[in-house]
Ligand binder design. Structure first.
Ligand code: ADP
Ligand code: MG
Length: 687
């Protein structure tokens, strides 16, 4: 409640009902119900000054109304209006209902075109849009100014909403208290809140609307960023009872037995993890690295930090295929150093599953790799010290949280290969600390990426034949939007048959999401072993799969994949020392298809591609609004207003640095605004 408002703001019953249909209940709702667009009606010409053919406004008082029915039974309403300079005939086609509304004596504002008959010189104004002015306050809000156009629903009138909001603005005037400290406002050159709200509804000049918008968008982003910074502050101060040694015998042994040296970026990532887990606080870190940058080794070391300190460690992955792959890899590498590894996934035999669950429940130090199956309630991991969520963008927020809750405050590492643009990540994943692996293992050659129209497939199969002769292996991927899409599955199966016929001297395998886990595993294993030479699949192999001998990735109907997905798929090849190819087979029929394919052919930089993807598809689709917890803003646009998003981030950080509890007296309005998640001052209900 805001006392500076004085008398309560009253609206009549009719208006109140109209506003309610737009969800406007309080004064603040009305103030924050911003126009969808504007009409510049500052200089409406006098009737005598109207010129033919161009679209313009006219206004006047109604003198006469008459309806004619044309031969085709169309209603034509002709209305005479006049102003101080003369008379004008308005024509409305096929809007018979207006006869009840257009009454002599009312004022109207119309937009449309003036039509002058060549011989008679008769002037008619063909109306496109009509505004009826019922009283003086309607008139003040509809003529002689830049007029707001509000989003409406059926049965709600523009003029009613417009004049109601204009009235409220007039009463509130400049008394809306500003939560943003003056110093911040001055430094960033932002409008005071009152002015911004008023200018957004009733811009004094067109450019004022955009300056006003900046202020409001900044507010939206600031609230969001303050939330992020605060969460992070809390997370940082969360004392952990899980004491890990960081570097220990197991981590050292693991690194020693690798056939290669870690890259500097991998070592740096590991050092950051060490300093996290030994800090006394809970680790909460996002590890981001392009596909093939070697995140798995960092994960393994993180797991061993826990196991080497007597704790259990879990890693959750999004697909069974990937779970199986990690399981095998860790078994191979960790059994040599006497660490037990277990696998938990859907579709396991009940005896097998029971054994794993029993083992986990003992609290013995071990590593468990699993899918969503890990977060089921029946799974008890009492001494869980380290949680890793690999390819975290494939999980929902809730799923990520659930694994942590298996024990008290374990250390958490999230990894992602979906290259979220650096800047965007900073803002959106603000509550996590980040590590970026910005270096590829040495000797990697970027996959030579080429586009072929479907009609010249033959060239592609020739390339395959040559690569097979060199001993390499090949992926052929078909799009699958949804496991239930029969035709998609059908085209993968047909592709498989086709390739089997064409390459009858080598083994061709098929994997898709509808197969049983065992069948999938069997095929993947034989591909990994090099028995299967050509693997036809739907997108089940998209994330994480690691077969360094594979050198060709063929993506059929590439135009149907998102850019980030294409980049992920391309990341399956070029993992060994061989020259590799990514072939985009498809049709560049739409603009989107052309842009995607051209981007893939010309750039290998995952960040650049992600940024472009963001522009092409919008953030929600890429990060998954639900999954990432991406906020929705009224005015702000995460892509187009990105600079403001960062500005808000910096301001939020600075505020909390200076005043972690928001207790300083000049931060009180800000603190109140920030804590009150719902609405803004003034809160008063319209009555
Ligand atoms: P991602 O980051 O996509 O998960 P992986 O961890 O699967 O990547 O690693 C990709 C490939 O690179 C694997 O075959 C892995 O063995 C290899 N690799 C990882 N680190 C190095 C390194 N420092 N030098 C050489 N090869 C490496
Ligand atoms: Mg990986």
């Amino acid at each position: 409640m805001n006392s500076t408002l004085g008398d309560p703001i009253r609206v009549d019953d009719y208006t109140r009902r109209q506003l309610l249909r737009l969800g406007i209940e309080r004064v603040s709702d009305a103030l924050y119900y911003f126009p969808r667009s504007y009409q510049d009606r500052r200089n409406i010409p006098l009737i005598s000054m109207l010129v033919p053919t161009q679209s313009q406004f006219a206004t006047g008082a109604i003198e006469a109304v008459q309806e004619e029915i044309a031969k085709n039974r169309l209603s034509i309403i002709k209305v005479q209006i006049r102003d101080s300079s003369g008379r004008l005939e308005l024509v409305f086609f096929n809007q018979a209902y207006l006869i009840k509304i257009l009454k002599v004596g009312l004022w109207v504002v119309v937009s449309g075109k003036l039509d002058v008959q060549p011989f008679t010189g008769t002037r008619q104004f063909i109306v496109a849009e009509l505004d009826v002015i019922r009283n003086e306050s309607d008139r003040l809000s509809s003529v002689g100014c830049i007029v707001p156009i509000y989003g409406l629903t059926q049965g709600v009138y523009q003029s009613v909403v417009r004049s109601a909001i204009a009235n409220i603005l007039a009463k509130v005037d400049h008394h809306i208290p500003d939560h943003l400290p003056q110093t911040v406002r001055d430094r960033l050159n932002l409008m005071p809140l009152s002015q911004a709200i008023i200018e957004l509804h009733r811009p004094s000049r067109p450019e004022m609307a955009s300056a006003a918008r900046q202020r409001i968008v900044f507010d939206e982003f600031l609230r969001f960023q303050m939330g992020m910074v605060e969460k992070r502050q809390v997370a940082r101060r969360e004392v952990s009872s899980v004491h890990l040694s960081g570097q220990n015998e197991l981590t050292a042994a693991y690194i020693n037995q690798l056939a290669y040296r870690l890259t500097d970026a991998q070592s740096r990532a590991i050092r950051e993890l060490v300093s996290d887990v030994t800090s006394g606080y809970r680790m909460n870190r996002l590890l981001q690295g392009d596909v093939g940058s070697g995140k798995t080794d960092v994960i393994a070391v993180a797991l061993l930090m826990a196991v080497g300190s007597g704790y259990q460690a879990a890693v959750m992955v999004p697909t069974e295929v990937l779970a199986e792959q990690h399981f095998r890899r860790f078994c191979g590498q960790l059994s040599a150093i006497n660490v037990e590894v277990f696998l938990l996934k859907g579709g396991q035999r009940s005896k097998e599953r029971r054994n794993v669950l029993e083992k986990l429940a003992t609290g013995d130090p071990l590593v468990v790799v699993g899918t969503h199956a890990l977060i089921e309630d029946a799974v008890v991991i009492p001494r869980l010290g380290m949680v890793v969520v690999d390819e975290q963008h494939r999980f929902g927020v809730v799923q990520r949280m659930k694994l942590q809750q298996k024990s008290t405050a374990p250390h958490c590492l999230y990894t992602t290969a979906t290259p979220i643009p650096r800047s965007f990540m900073l803002s959106v994943f603000g509550e996590l600390e980040k590590t970026i692996i910005d270096e590829m293992p040495p000797g990697r050659l970027p996959a030579d990426t080429q586009y072929f129209p479907l009609s010249s497939q033959r060239d592609v199969w020739n390339l395959c034949r040559y690569q097979l002769q060199l001993g390499r292996q090949i992926y052929v991927v078909y799009p699958l939007v949804d496991e239930s899409e029969k035709t998609d599955l059908q085209s993968a199966i047909q592709g498989f048959e086709l390739l089997k016929g064409m390459f009858d001297d080598v083994e061709v395998g098929l994997v898709h999401g509808r197969m049983t886990g065992n069948d999938k595993n069997d095929r993947m294993t034989r591909f990994k072993q090099g028995v299967i030479k050509i693997l036809v699949s739907t997108t089940v192999i998209e994330v994480g799969i690691d077969v360094p001998n594979a050198s060709v990735m063929i993506i059929v109907n590439a135009e149907r994949f998102g850019l980030s997905q294409l980049h992920q798929l391309r990341g399956r090849v070029g993992r060994g020392a061989y020259k590799s190819y990514c072939i985009l087979l498809g049709e560049k029929t739409t603009k989107m298809a052309r842009e995607r394919i051209n981007a893939m052919v010309t750039t290998h930089d995952g960040f650049k591609l992600a940024e472009l993807d963001l522009k092409l598809r919008g953030p929600g689709e890429i990060l998954g609004t639900k999954q990432s917890g991406l906020p929705e803003f009224k005015l702000g646009d995460l892509v187009n207003d990105e600079p403001l998003l960062h500005l808000a981030y910096r301001v939020a950080r600075k505020i909390f640095e200076q005043d972690p509890e928001l207790s300083a007296s000049d931060h009180q309005p800000l603190a109140q605004w920030f804590r009150r998640y719902q609405s803004f001052s003034p809160e008063e209900v319209l009555n």
